[in-house]
Design a binder for this molecule. Structure first.
Ligand SMILES: C[S@@+](CC[C@H](N)C(=O)[O-])C[C@H]1O[C@@H](n2cnc3c(N)ncnc32)[C@H](O)[C@@H]1O
Length: 238
């Protein structure tokens, strides 16, 4: 993984934590009562700092969940421990009593065909049609999201060193927002959140400090809009 300026611009851990606290507070100000606030982090790069970060922000907002993004392939080889292979997504809600919107049905995972056949052989279920239509809905996703990280050769790669896969961001947006809801990404990078939000008919706001990445995000959005205007896309979505 390449190191970018934003990885090295703080002199001390404490400087980084203070800066983090400022942006978390700014974003929390506009978090809706039924919204979820997702923050990606990993251990190993800044070593322990993510642990302190989580503990600090859990005092600002209500801890909701810790999602594991299983990247499927290890990264940043190290020889004094196992090869790192996951990142974490800290989910926070507005307050202890807040009830975030969460649609588990929107992100069900299909059962494998063999599993469906085996379940249908289970004699405890008499109504096979009802059982089949239940199984065809798929299973609930766990809070371990296994989505391979983008390879350099991936068609999706747009030129950002830590670009997230659309599939991963899609699971977060689909489960925790409705069409027309507003999704904010204050570190937009190459625009993955915007592209996915727009494709799923959510409104979005993105903030990005690097003009080169803004340009990449704009190009991705233009490509999406052109695709949406294509007759085939219109036919499928209408
Ligand atoms: C981890 S990357 C986001 C990658 C993005 N999720 C994607 O899929 O392309 C973080 C981004 O935050 C941007 N950034 C850093 N500091 C910022 C700031 N103060 N305001 C806005 N953007 C900032 C960096 O330029 C970088 O593109």
């Amino acid at each position: 993984m390449l190191e970018e300026a934003w990885d090295t611009e703080w002199k001390t851990d404490d400087d980084y934590l203070q800066w983090s606290l400022a942006w978390v507070r700014a974003a929390a100000r506009v978090l809706k009562d039924d919204g979820l606030f997702y923050i990606f982090g990993q251990l190993g790069k800044r070593e322990h700092i993510w642990l302190h970060f989580c503990s600090m922000v859990a005092k600002e907002l209500q801890f909701h969940d810790m999602i594991i993004w299983d990247r499927a392939v290890g990264y940043n080889e190290r020889y004094d421990s196992f090869t790192p292979c996951y990142e974490m997504i800290l989910a926070l809600r507005k307050s202890e009593s807040a009830k975030p919107y969460f649609n588990k049905d929107a992100v069900r995972l299909p059962y494998e065909e063999e599993k469906i056949k085996a379940y249908l052989r289970d004699k405890r279920y008499k109504d096979k049609d009802a059982r089949l239509s239940h199984l065809e809905k798929g299973k609930y996703a766990t809070n371990i999201l296994r989505v391979p990280s983008l390879k350099g050769s991936s068609k999706e790669k747009a030129g950002h060193p830590s670009q997230k896969s659309e599939k991963l961001i899609e699971q977060l947006i689909l489960s925790s927002s409705r069409p027309n809801d507003l999704v904010l990404d204050p570190f937009l990078g190459s625009g993955t959140t915007a592209v996915v939000a727009e494709r799923l008919e959510r409104r979005w706001i993105g903030i990005e400090v690097n003009p080169n990445y803004v340009r990449i995000a704009e190009q991705r959005l233009t490509a999406l809009r052109e695709q949406k205007d294509a007759p085939l896309f219109k036919e499928i979505s209408s």
